[in-house]
Design a binder for this molecule. Structure first.
Ligand SMILES: [Mn+2]
Length: 427
């Protein structure tokens, strides 16, 4: 854990000019009618889940470069998320991935997490690789798909796995399951488009039937990889058809990296929200595809526009969706990257909250695109970092979380305890 005294210590230095900076930004945004106090409290309220696999190093198909002190167990992953949350105050939940996380005693795990201030967000089921329970079961394999497979045994195993993940999630206090499928084709002619889609829909319906009444399930689309010719759930249209065909508790999840280049993601967000089917959100950034780069590191203005649509969907506040960071940390210390991702999310939320909705609507009603652009840019180009820092300070978190993380020596302590070659990410 990172003790609160260490954070308070780091805040003494980092906070020397904070009050003056907050007063200045409040004055600036106040000139166009934005209440900085509301921005601060909205950012302070917002939380985004850390996925359990993201506290370990990711990797590419060319290799993985582990760092000392990576978590070895789900318990140690919870420790890392708790440390992250102590620094940011904005990662109050963890999202597990089964079977990479497969706790023997879910009740004990839940209690362990609760003691550290961490709750369980949406569960993730994995049917994109063979796992011991399927291969042991009569040679069943997901090589040719899970829910879309022509083999009934594989489809049945995939449905059963999802049901088991829901049962596990119930014990952990989770309220949702995200179903991302690798199903599709790597070769033209390999399968029948309609047949695959209908089999997936049947499987999703069987999973939906098992949902407790207060649960949601999410369909997550992705255009390619590992199915490089065609994914079954390839885009938001397919995702929406699947959600609509599955049932009332099935909503769509948008992963920022799961779109073809130049896709207007903010428009996708608007459409799904308009249809009442927007349920989950995975943050990352990309230059080429599903790069899983640090949030806001490349397309920051696009992220800002996406946040505007989220605020629009929530009537001026962030809608109650399942938000998660979905990144692969190939070179950075995973916790440092998660700190930067969370900071980028908080920062961009603050920027979006500084847009005057009234002024933007006036410009739109007057058919004045230049003025509309000015309204967006005056917010986007304002330095709102003091408002974000103040939100963190009020949450008892670090004003400068990365500096506080390094000063606390967390990774070195973890390495001493866990050793140099731990890895429990499943990658
Ligand atoms: Mn995702």
């Amino acid at each position: 854990m990172i003790p609160t005294e260490r954070i308070a210590e780091s805040n003494e230095d980092a906070g020397r000019f904070l009050a003056a900076d907050v007063a200045h930004v409040s004055d600036v945004v106040g000139r166009w009618g934005v209440d900085a106090e509301r921005v601060i409290s909205s950012v302070a309220r917002f939380s985004v889940a850390a996925p359990s696999w993201a506290v370990g190093t990711g990797g590419t198909r060319f290799g993985r470069f582990p760092i000392p002190g990576e978590p070895r167990t789900t318990y140690e992953k919870i420790d890392d998320v708790a440390a992250l949350n102590a620094l940011t105050g904005a990662n109050r939940t963890v999202s597990l991935h089964v079977p990479w996380d497969d706790p023997d005693d879910p009740v004990a795990l839940r209690a362990y997490a609760r003691e550290r201030g961490i709750c369980f967000d949406a569960m993730n089921s994995n049917t994109f690789q063979d796992n011991p329970s399927t291969t042991a079961n009569g040679g069943i394999s997901y090589k040719f798909g899970s829910l879309a497979n022509v083999d009934e045994g594989a489809r049945k195993a995939a449905v059963e796995h999802n049901l088991a993940v829901i049962d596990l999630g119930v014990q952990l206090g989770s309220k949702a399951i995200t179903v991302w499928l690798a199903d599709g084709m790597n070769h033209p002619g390999q399968a029948n488009f309609r047949g695959q889609f209908e089999r997936v829909l049947d499987g999703l319906r069987a999973i939906h039937e098992h949902l407790p009444p207060d649960w949601l399930m999410f369909t997550e689309h992705k255009p390619f990889e590992p199915s490089f010719y065609a994914s079954v759930n390839n885009d938001w249209g397919s995702s929406m058809l699947l959600a609509q065909g599955t049932g009332e508790q099935c909503l769509c999840l948008v992963d920022l990296g799961h779109h073809l280049p130049n896709t207007n993601i903010e428009q996708v967000v608007s459409r799904l929200a308009m249809a009442g089917r927007l349920g989950g959100f995975h943050f990352n950034d990309s230059k080429y595809g599903d790069d899983d780069l640090t949030v806001g590191s490349i397309n920051h203005f696009q992220l800002f526009l996406i946040f505007l649509e989220l605020l629009e969907a929530g009537g001026g506040s962030m809608p109650d969706l399942a938000y998660m960071i979905d990144e692969s940390h190939n070179l950075k210390d995973p916790l440092e990257d998660l700190i930067q991702a969370t900071d980028a999310i908080q920062h961009t939320l603050a920027l979006a909250l500084c847009v005057s909705h009234d002024d933007l609507t006036d410009a739109q009603q007057a058919n004045d695109p230049a003025r509309a652009a000015e309204v967006l840019h005056r917010a986007f180009r304002t330095d709102v970092r003091p408002l974000v820092a103040e939100a963190r300070r009020r949450n008892g978190a670090a004003i400068d979380p990365l500096a506080a993380y390094r000063a606390a020596g967390y990774r070195a302590a973890a390495a001493a305890e866990r050793g140099a070659s731990g890895a429990a990410t499943g990658l």
